[in-house]
Design a protein around this ligand. Structure first.
Ligand SMILES: NC(=O)c1ccc[n+]([C@@H]2O[C@H](COP(=O)([O-])OP(=O)(O)OC[C@H]3O[C@@H](n4cnc5c(N)ncnc54)[C@H](O)[C@@H]3O)[C@@H](O)[C@H]2O)c1
Length: 394
């Protein structure tokens, strides 16, 4: 190991691989803060509804958070800010400075989704998705946790066979601030035509911190970690594998397997229960976690948490702005409501309240509550699904 880069101050940035542990609040990340259910707390939550179905689904998550706060005596204050396409329309920028300032001052952030055909012009000066990348980078949120599980009640909603998905319960960790999405991009007119370049960059310590977190999370589960790369082709993947193997030395109780991303994509649908914790780089994680959504029956079901070194986290469903159904009141709010549960767990340390939301979702599904994407003949609206979950909150 021992890659070196120039730091912002101009000096060499040393790899911490051989040194002491990185200054990550690992206890919080690996096992959420312990909480006293009777203790009450004040928390400032910034809402970034964004575009498309974003405002519809974050609206339901807010109602659930307010109900939890009322029930447990907490005081949550909400501030809504702009991001994405709507921010471009109103300010010219996908992440206005006011939004970043408000997010930095918050205890947690709840995001809907950004993007849509209105802002898809390939020659546009900026794009909604830039706002998302900028907020992750601006807040140092390097780890995206995406829990994926199958619900017995929804097994019929999945296109996969029952015996394959029954009991599936995995955690995908996606690196969030490096790789192709943050490398230099440019176009160059050459004699042979237009040349277009994306670059995939990682520092070894960026790999180490996410892999280390994955080991810690695996330790709290079934002690089995799959590190996904494309080491047979990509140099960045070869270093990824090398770092993962090196970090393994600190986790004798956790088994580590390496898997190529292409065969991982196949195994996700042929033997999903063979995974527990998966860790991978930015783009592979983006794609694999959408694929994993078929295990739950709908993209609308999956939550995510983006965490950094402190308490602040950004919580959002893994789906996009779903422009095809936006404004119809039929989007599934479950992924966003489950993201609110992750917010309570990871940023506020309210484990019991987080679990009560997850339980309410299970009970609502067991009672037959379904939105259209879950294949119901008599589907609930977005707010109807929210109400069904609220009714099951204790
Ligand atoms: N984190 C984000 O904000 C994010 C993530 C992915 C895509 N996007 C953006 O979203 C836009 C649309 O992208 P896409 O169509 O590839 O992906 P998408 O996730 O928006 O939609 C894919 C399919 O899933 C359905 N779907 C998504 N969420 C749903 C929900 N809650 N309930 C019911 N059905 C749901 C949609 O109707 C669509 O058929 C693009 O501009 C893309 O860049 C944003």
């Amino acid at each position: 190991m021992g890659l070196e880069a120039t730091s912002e101050s101009g000096g060499p940035r040393k790899s911490p691989l051989a040194g002491p542990l990185l200054p990550i609040n690992r206890a919080r990340l690996a096992s959420p803060l312990k909480c006293d259910y009777r203790a009450t707390m004040k928390a400032k939550i910034v809402l970034l509804p964004g575009d498309g179905v974003g405002p519809e689904v974050t609206g339901q998550a807010r109602i659930v958070l307010e109900a939890v706060a009322r029930g447990a005596g907490h005081e949550f204050s909400f501030e809504t800010q702009l991001i994405g396409g709507i921010a471009i329309d109103e300010t010219g920028e996908p992440l206005p400075p006011d939004t970043l300032v408000a997010c930095k001052a918050a205890d947690a952030i709840m995001l809907g989704a950004v993007g849509g055909p209105k802002w898809d012009d390939p020659n546009a000066k900026t794009r909604p998705e830039k706002g998302l990348l900028a907020i992750r980078k601006g807040l140092g949120l390097f780890a995206n946790l995406r829990p994926v599980r199958s619900y017995p009640e929804l097994i019929d909603s999945s296109p996969l066979k029952l015996e394959r998905i029954q009991g599936c319960n995995m955690l995908i960790l996606r690196e969030l601030t490096g790789g192709l999405y943050f490398g230099k991009q440019y176009r160059e007119q050459t004699e042979r035509g237009l040349k277009v370049i994306d670059t995939l960059e990682y520092m070894d310590f960026e790999i180490e911190r996410i892999v280390r977190l994955a080991f810690e999370l695996a330790r709290g589960r079934t002690k089995k970690l799959t590190s996904v790369d494309k080491a047979n082709v990509l140099e960045s993947s070869r270093v990824w594998r090398q770092v993962a193997t090196q970090v393994k030395a600190d986790f004798a109780d956790v088994t580590l397997e390496h898997q190529l991303v292409d065969s991982c994509a196949m195994r996700l649908v042929t033997a999903p229960t063979s995974f527990d914790v998966i860790v991978t780089e930015n783009m592979f994680g983006d794609i694999l976690s959408d694929e994993a959504a078929v295990l739950t029956g709908s993209l609308g079901m999956l939550p995510s948490a983006s965490l950094g070194e402190g308490k602040l986290g950004l919580y959002e469903p893994i789906h996009g702005s779903a422009p095809d159904i936006a404004g119809k009141g039929i989007a599934n709010p479950v992924g966003t409501i489950l993201s609110a549960a992750l917010l309570l767990r990871h940023s506020l340390g309210l484990e019991a309240e987080a679990a009560s939301i997850e339980r309410a979702v299970e009970l609502a599904l067991a009672a037959g509550a379904r939105t259209k994407d879950l294949g119901s003949n008599n589907p609930l609206s977005t707010s109807g699904m929210g109400e069904a979950i609220l009714a099951k909150l204790n």
